[in-house]
Write a protein that binds this ligand. Structure first.
Ligand code: PGA
Length: 267
């Protein structure tokens, strides 16, 4: 084993947290296309057990993907959003009971695209996170600064506000079962990945905020994913950082081989 490889293994082994790599398919793939993608993915990662693997297709493809992974032990299903309400007159919304029908386990909340285009606030995301836990599902709560905020020296302030606001009201037990995704907005879909140092610094900062808001023992158990132009070529280095516990992958998750390579390169 080369020095670099050894260092990487040690870092992974020293982590108490299991890596979680999720594919956020966004508004891509019809039900038929999603089925083809997940079937290819199943073949690519058949023997991988070291990482929690999650796929998050659009709502309309949950049923077909759910059936396809029924017998699969290593792929879990996630949704891209969920209402804070359990039923009722909320046109266009989807509630927990509807997701659970398809064995969904994870729900992405507060993605920057929803914060930007649907004007989702930290307070709304916190309500949704509580509803996700209320249904015994696990939220993946996204936070991240824009380029303008980073350049203005506001990164830490923005992250602290988002972390505190979006996770407000959760108990320590719920926090441990929550995944945080750090996704710098300037790195999403741009091909511009944060450097490993930038990612590690932001993750360590977020863990520090969690320690202040909850406590150090809780913060140590929370998995923090990095998201923003993750690809097979940068996955290993990113996952090797002490506070990076997985990835939320957009574009590179739309193709089975590249998503599988991200997973394989991370272990
Ligand atoms: P990207 O998207 O991998 O295409 O940058 C990541 C995300 O938005 O979750």
């Amino acid at each position: 084993m080369g020095n670099d490889e050894e260092k990487h293994c040690n870092l992974i082994m020293n982590k108490e947290r299991k890596l979680i790599i999720a594919g956020n398919w966004k508004m891509n793939k019809t039900a038929a296309e999603a089925l083809a993608l997940v079937n290819s993915l199943k073949l690519e990662i058949a023997n991988v057990k070291e990482v929690d693997i999650v796929v998050c297709p659009p709502f309309t493809a949950l049923e077909s993907v759910s059936k396809a992974i029924l017998e699969t032990k290593n792929i879990r299903l996630g949704a891209q959003n969920m209402s804070e309400n359990n039923f009722g007159a909320f046109t266009g919304e989807i509630c927990a009971g509807m997701l659970k029908e398809f064995s969904v386990r994870y729900v992405i909340l507060g993605h920057s695209e929803r914060r930007q285009f649907q004007k989702e606030s930290d307070a709304l995301i916190a309500k949704r996170a509580a509803a996700v836990h209320g249904a015994a599902l696990k939220p993946i709560v996204c936070v991240g600064e824009t380029l303008a905020e980073r350049e203005a020296g506001q990164m830490e302030k923005v992250l602290e506000t988002q972390v505190r606001g979006s996770l407000d009201g959760l108990t320590k037990e719920q926090m441990v079962e929550t995944v945080v995704a750090y996704e710098p907005v300037w790195a999403i879909g741009t091909g511009k990945t944060a450097t490993t140092q930038q990612a590690q610094d932001a993750h360590a900062f977020i863990r520090g905020v969690l320690a202040k808001k909850f406590d150090a023992a809780t913060a140590k158990k929370v998995r923090i994913q990095y998201g923003g132009s993750v690809k097979p070529s940068n996955a290993k280095e990113l996952m090797g950082q002490p506070d990076v516990d997985g990835a939320l992958v957009g574009g590179a998750a739309l193709e089975a081989r590249s998503f599988a390579d991200i997973i394989k390169n991370s272990i």
